[in-house]
Design a binder for this molecule. Structure first.
Ligand code: C2E
Ligand code: CA
Ligand code: CA
Length: 328
């Protein structure tokens, strides 16, 4: 612990992996392997501290899974069996017209060894390994193909939202590449929304805002995802080059537990409107939430109350059965 104090000043972290030995005979090679695994884990979990991790079957299983996912992402990034990565689409409803105004594209991984892996598990791995860049282009291509399909089926005003990681956005060639893909796909840029989490504004604020401006100049719309959870300087909010704010599900959940006059969700909506943004509420599961949002002038909602994310064909069927239209 003396060491910890010393290293903390230098902002250096470290990790100690521990394996408890019982009296059974142990395979030394396996023991060494496990020790490396658990030491790495201990180093990874600690940021600027010294982390201590005890080896367990559970940790081993988790690490094996992570390695397998990383291996599959590597293959996909190299163009092998890319079909393991696919998109589902969740409808977005315009509250005023009650029509479907768009879909959010949500990526899924069908792993050979583990079946469906949720994006919250594999996106962080893809970001860490930078595979998110090739995977991201694959996602963009698929989403634009879906948008084209919507046009072919006769839905000219339904938009598609695509989630973009900071790592993708900050690549120097992202804007020209993206605008070129849009142009080549012959889709209307006005029907494309890029979703960026609020947390990316915490660093590189100026740089990111400039990139967003360039994207908007290509006609593309920008939405701030998970609004209210990350960094957000209210002083700067007005300067942000964004079109839409997606209020995080946490604020929508609150509508079920708090007295309505105690929630600030309505205040977020009116603040967003004053800044000239369109407001979308995500994670809407109950009619009570929908009524609150409608009363407080929220523009759009998305959530299980309307529909879960759907496969491409189911999304198109969903459109056929529901009123649609209204540009995003
Ligand atoms: P997100 O962008 O905030 O997406 C919304 C998440 O909430 C989705 O989870 C969606 O399935 C889920 N959801 C929607 N409505 C409801 C609801 O009413 N109740 C509940 N409990 N959940 C709801 P999913 O698909 O697991 O995605 C998780 C996160 O993974 C996304 O959060 C996004 O940050 C990331 N992600 C998904 N697709 C992509 C992608 O193509 N690229 C990148 N970079 N990230 C992605
Ligand atoms: Ca999103
Ligand atoms: Ca979100």
């Amino acid at each position: 612990y003396d060491l910890e104090a010393l290293l903390a000043i230098e902002r250096i972290g470290g990790g100690i992996g521990v394996i408890e030995l019982n009296n059974e005979l142990t395979d030394v090679h396996q023991l060494q392997k496990n020790l490396i695994i658990i030491s790495e884990e201990a180093t990874n979990i600690s940021n600027n501290d010294i982390g201590i991790c005890f080896f367990s079957e559970e940790i081993q299983t988790r690490i094996i899974r992570k390695e397998a996912v990383t291996r599959e992402l590597t293959q996909i990034a190299n163009g092998e069996r890319v079909d393991r990565l696919f998109l589902q689409y969740q409808p977005i409803i315009d509250l005023q017209s009650n029509q479907i105004s768009g879909f959010e594209a949500l990526v899924r991984l069908n792993s050979d060894s583990f079946g469906r892996i949720p994006p919250l598990e594999f996106i962080p791995i893809a970001e860490k390994t930078k595979f998110i860049i090739p995977l991201g282009y694959h996602i963009i291509h698929q989403a634009l193909q879906f948008l084209k399909k919507l046009r072919e089926y006769g839905y000219p005003d339904v938009a598609v939202s695509i989630n973009i990681s900071a790592i993708q956005l900050l690549k120097a060639d992202f804007v020209p590449n993206f605008c070129k893909i849009v142009e080549e796909s012959k889709v209307d840029p006005e029907s494309i929304v890029l979703e960026l989490t609020e947390s990316i504004f915490a660093s590189n604020y100026q740089e990111i805002n400039q990139i967003l401006r360039e994207l908007q100049e290509c006609g593309i719309k920008i939405a701030i995802d998970d609004f209210g959870t990350g960094y957000s300087s209210l002083a700067r909010e007005r300067e942000l080059n964004v079109n839409c704010m997606k209020i995080d599900k946490a604020f929508i959940d609150k509508l079920m537990v708090l007295e309505w006059d105690k929630t600030i969700t309505g205040d977020i909506i009116s603040m967003g409107h004053k800044l000239g943004h369109c407001i979308l509420a995500e994670g809407v599961e109950h009619d009570k939430q929908r009524r609150y949002l409608q009363t407080h002038g929220c523009d759009k909602i998305q959530g299980y109350l309307i529909s879960k994310p759907l496969d491409e064909s189911a999304a198109i069927e969903f459109l056929a059965k529901h009123p649609h239209g209204q540009e995003n």
